[in-house]
Design a protein around this ligand. Sequence first.
Ligand code: URA
Length: 222
Amino acid sequence: MKNAISNNVIVVKHPLCEHNLGVIRDKNVSSDGFKNSMKRLATILILEATKELPLKSYRIETPIKECDVQKLDNGYKIIFAPILRAGLAISDVASAIIPDASIQHVGMYRDETTLEPVWYYDKTPVLYENPQKVKVFILDPMIATGNSSHAAISLFLKKGILIENMVFVSILSCPEGLNLLCRDFPELKIITAQIDECLNERGYIVPGLGDAGDRLFNTFEK
Ligand code: URA
């Protein structure tokens, strides 16, 4: 596929991204160390991903006097949609930052032969009330083939969520997956900490970090 990575892919540059990527790539790091660094990375990426959330003016009283303040516009519903299971590392920190957001899990596993996603869980409502006023952050630490990311984005589009109201948050990505998403959803904003070299024949990101879910939940088959 022709390289089509668009300007909507934002690679967040920060020394703490580099540092924590260095930690999670290391195969000798414990599952606990992996999880902690993943969460630190997720915090930085979520701050970037939520930078354009709409604000509204409210009149409040400080202990001293009345004044106008800006708070998140409560006319918008904010949804964090972690793709199970590795997306949970990102939704944990996202919901700590925006506790009023709704967490709507989507569950897919990858068929190891076809590398296609197989759905097993969908906690999104059948219908969204006022879908134009919904902001969705889809969370998956890895954009590899892009197939499960594609399926999750398509699900929200089918339910009326606007592509300009979606952000995909991913810690590591690779050209194959990004090309697919940018080709089919050119307006989608994607936030990532690094774009790696390529995918291997088993659909793993190279050099990558291995299976993010296994490393997070300590389910390595040694
Ligand atoms: N999913 C992972 O967890 N790791 C990869 O390298 C690719 C997909």
